[in-house]
Ligand binder design. Sequence first.
Ligand code: GLN
Length: 355
Amino acid sequence: MNGYLCLQDGTTFKGKASESFNKPIQGEIVFFTGMTGYQEVLTDPSYKGQIVVFTYPLIGNYGINQTDGESDEIQVSGVIMFQCEENPSHFQSCQSLGDYLNENHVPFLTGVDTREVTKAIRAEGTQQAAISTKPDYIFQTADSHQIDKVKGESITTYGEEGEMHVALIDFGWKRSILNALLEHNLRVSVVPFSELETLDQLEPDAVVLSNGPGDPKDTTDSLPFIKNVLDKYPSFGICMGHQVIALAYGADTTKLTFGHRGANHPVKDVITGKVFLSSQNHNYVVKEESLENTPLVKRFYNVNDGSVEGLMHDSKLILSAQFHPEAHPGPKDAEWLFHDFIKLVKKKGVKAHVS
Ligand SMILES: NC(=O)CC[C@H](N)C(=O)O
């Protein structure tokens, strides 16, 4: 059966609709440029409600395994591919990508010129799109507040034997962030951001603010509370967590034209002068000029477009990254950030910089 990808600007692409596809779906369309990492992308809560275009032409060749999920379910609303491999080959593969998507009723199109779609998104920007049986889809009001769809209900603690206690504030956390913290022998309590009043009772040694879907300003009501937390505990923000730290201290965020999603985004560390490759998945960025009257300073920036990629507090142990030091998917070149942050927390450091 034919299926259509309809962009809100009127552009339409024809493809082959997946087996389980029976009703149109609408979502924000974004593109991911990595050659691998599709399972992590599909299950990352930051992608909640989005339609993901994989620019690499062959997706699914190593199948789906039991370990690479970033959460227990598929979070994207739809997938656009050129070719979805039906016969995966990998010793850990337990299912093909197509079967995985069909079984979970996530619609996808194949046979679409994904590079052409990407060019259209780059030209007109991230926008609403639909996977539909007809080329003339009528757009509905876009879904907002994706964060409400991924938030956890209660506090859960992992790594009971850990030597220090970290509260991971949950805006839609990726499993790899938890794993990176557990690898450092920490006890980690995942705290839904709506449960922040109980954070003090946990007596954490430090706080990590997680990734999450949608507009960071969806957390506006919680910002005064988050600022209290930041003022009190050494803190490390990742992606949405980084944006929330900026907002809490009075800086501002804005939406990029088409975001950064992929496994090879070059970032420069202002302090060391080093450039490293990073895994990224975001639409929003902190506005550099809005940092002016805040205690935050730019620590990292994107080598391609100069946008802010991370912050430090000028007198507190607060560090943040717009990219993903936990990787999954993508390079682990930035995992030293966890190491540095934890080392500073242990030393009772007062600034987010190891000299
Ligand atoms: N991965 C993330 O945490 C993404 C943050 C935010 N939703 C953005 O798109 O910019």
